[in-house]
Design a protein. Sequence first.
Length: 255
Amino acid sequence: MNKDKIQTALKRHYEYLEHCGFKVLGVFLYGSQNYELDSETSDVDTTGIIVPTFDDLYKNTMISASYSFPHSKDKCNYKDIRNFFGLLKKSNPNILEALFTKYSIVNEKYTQLLERVFINRELIARYDKDRYIASAFGMFTSFYKKLIKMSTGDRQKELAEMLRLRELIKTYIVDELPYGEMLVPKKTAQLRAIKFYDVKISSTEIISIAEEAYNEVKEIVDKYSAARNSENQKFIDELLYDVGYRIVSLEAINS
């Protein structure tokens, strides 16, 4: 992991959003670097959060788009803070990473307000367990189906990602560790060996491993029934509303 490369990319993404005229709350790394499954050539992808202007509020405009940087595979997916907070409550694993990544650039203007969200990130990660598991299992299944259909291509990379999600789902359901401890797999060395071909796996064995992993996770998910904590949900609803309202109001007053 090249930390300087990551920080340089984050700065580039932040400056791109500013150049577009957006009021930037921050940019946050997502992807392989957060799982310690990257290489020196891995692209740097980010989630950018932008604050709506008064004009956006009046026109009920909520921006959600992405930009792929030229001469690289780096990408910034940027969203209105209202959209971002909504996706947090939908328990989207990719969105949740923004709260747990070690790499981000946050606008100092909003740091104090946003800190209230970060303090409660573990509660947010389990805001809606059913939805989280459905989303994570959907991602897991997509990798499985893609891998099964592949006749050529980087099948070991797909397998490594599938096995990472298997561990994430099992840990979320069975062990219930703090979410911040779950992003980096316990079997990182093994997954890296698979992803970067330190070990060679035959096509037949890849399919066998994938099918076994899929059946294992499906059985766990099918048996799972979440007991939702309505008290925590109400607390998070009020927290995100209040923080979002204060940030948006601060910008609207000054725009």
